[in-house]
Design a protein around this ligand. Structure first.
Ligand SMILES: NC(=O)c1ccc[n+]([C@@H]2O[C@H](COP(=O)([O-])OP(=O)(O)OC[C@H]3O[C@@H](n4cnc5c(N)ncnc54)[C@H](O)[C@@H]3O)[C@@H](O)[C@H]2O)c1
Ligand SMILES: [Zn+2]
Length: 368
């Protein structure tokens, strides 16, 4: 089954197609986006995604349909999400004959989507791109138009808003995703349930999905999580308010991810962030202890960690302070009020986070 929904913001409108075997139909999706074979294409991917064959499959389908296709392959992981890699891709695109009428295809996970999207946003002052996600986490990163690269001093510090022409999500590619990457992506699916789809969260509580369940079930899971993100992005395209709800679990999560030296992947760090932030909400009298415990249990049943081993809170607090979203003495957090209801608060103090951190990590408190 293939599902299709649309993202509609004041500046753009594009389809998000989710289904199995979609790579084979890419020419149709391009035609529908008014990208015919007269326009040169450039596929950006990483070595792992190339290794499992998707880049070859996609380029073969496109060339058969008469497109000219260049390919840029970068090493995997966020180490490639840099201005240096972007520059190398620009040069390859020039060499491949891509001009203003060219189109970039981002074939890979969130790293490739952010990097290729940034390259598309800046090459010839901006050319179109299509998101072709191949990880579960990319259900989050491929929607909403945030693209960018990292600097040595921090993640995602250089970037743009550049929406894709379309998102074509072939969920059968997730069959080869390493299990740990699947679980990391589930942290974001659980997050989307908590933010805006209580039924999704309840389903995951009743029947956890700790590993790839096949394309049909994955398609429905991904579509439900994507809908939550789309609704919020549509209402707040440039993150001036409501879109900050999507940071649930991320204020603490980013700090934990950084402090771990990226030993914890993004989803694992977000899982810990979700638990600490749920504890904060309990302490504000917003969330029941049983809901906090259920959040923790659902994460655990997806093979995700719910506490760190011995990360000193002082170091975590310093990293939160450095986070670009926290320029004031008071910190901005997204906190859960109930499953399906998240509030953005701007009055969080270090002491408040410290107390929740200690409760989660302490001998007697803790939800882990
Ligand atoms: N733009 C946004 O709104 C947004 C939101 C969330 C995250 N992000 C960004 O997304 C990135 C993380 O995304 P990610 O978790 O998808 O990481 P990723 O793109 O690094 O992919 C994870 C790993 O899986 C491999 N891989 C990808 N698809 C595969 C497949 N089908 N089969 C086998 N291996 C495969 C990759 O090579 C990589 O090793 C970070 O850079 C983060 O900053 C962006
Ligand atoms: Zn995230």
């Amino acid at each position: 089954m293939t599902t299709e929904c649309w993202v509609q913001t004041p500046t753009t409108r594009y389809p998000v197609v989710v289904g199995a075997g979609l790579l084979e139909h890419m020419p149709e999706y391009l035609e529908r986006a008014s990208v015919g074979p007269d326009r040169p294409l450039f596929v950006v991917t990483d070595e792992n995604v190339q290794e499992v064959g998707y880049a070859d499959q996609l380029t073969a389908v496109l060339r058969n349909a008469g497109y000219s296709v260049g390919v840029g392959v970068v090493p995997p992981s966020d180490a490639s999400k840099t201005l240096q890699t972007a520059e190398s891709l620009y040069e390859q695109m020039v060499a491949a004959g891509l001009r203003r009428n060219g189109v970039v295809l981002a074939l890979g996970g969130g790293m490739v989507g952010d990097l290729a999207g940034f390259v598309a946003a800046t090459y010839y002052r901006g050319i179109p791109f299509v998101q072709v996600p191949t990880t579960l986490l990319a259900h989050d990163s491929s929607i909403g138009g945030k693209v960018g690269v990292n600097l040595k001093s921090g993640k995602n510090l250089v970037g743009a808003f550049h929406h894709p022409l379309a998102v074509v999500y072939d969920v059968s590619t997730l069959a080869t995703l390493p299990p740990r990457e699947w679980r990391g992506g589930m942290a974001e699916v659980i997050k989307h349930g908590l933010i805006g789809n209580p039924e999704l969260f309840a389903d995951l509580a009743a029947r956890p999905v700790p590993e790839y369940p096949g394309p049909e079930f994955t398609a429905s899971l991904v579509s439900r999580a994507i809908q939550v993100k789309i609704r919020i992005v549509e209402r707040d395209e440039h993150e001036s308010g409501e879109r900050m709800k999507l940071n649930l679990g991320h204020t603490v999560g980013h700090a934990v991810e950084q402090y771990s030296g990226y030993r914890l992947n993004h989803g694992e760090a977000v899982a810990i962030g979700l638990v600490v932030e749920a504890e904060m909400a309990v302490r504000r009298g917003w969330l029941s202890g049983s809901t906090r415990d259920q959040i923790s249990l659902v994460l655990q049943r997806h093979g995700l960690p719910t506490r760190t081993d011995n990360f000193p809170f002082e170091a975590i607090a310093r990293l939160i302070q450095h986070d670009k979203k926290n320029v004031n003495a008071h910190w901005t957090f997204a906190l859960p009020r109930a499953v399906g209801d998240v509030a953005v608060v701007r009055d969080v103090t270090s002491e408040e986070v410290a107390a929740a951190w200690a409760a989660v990590h302490g001998e007697n408190g803790g939800t882990a």
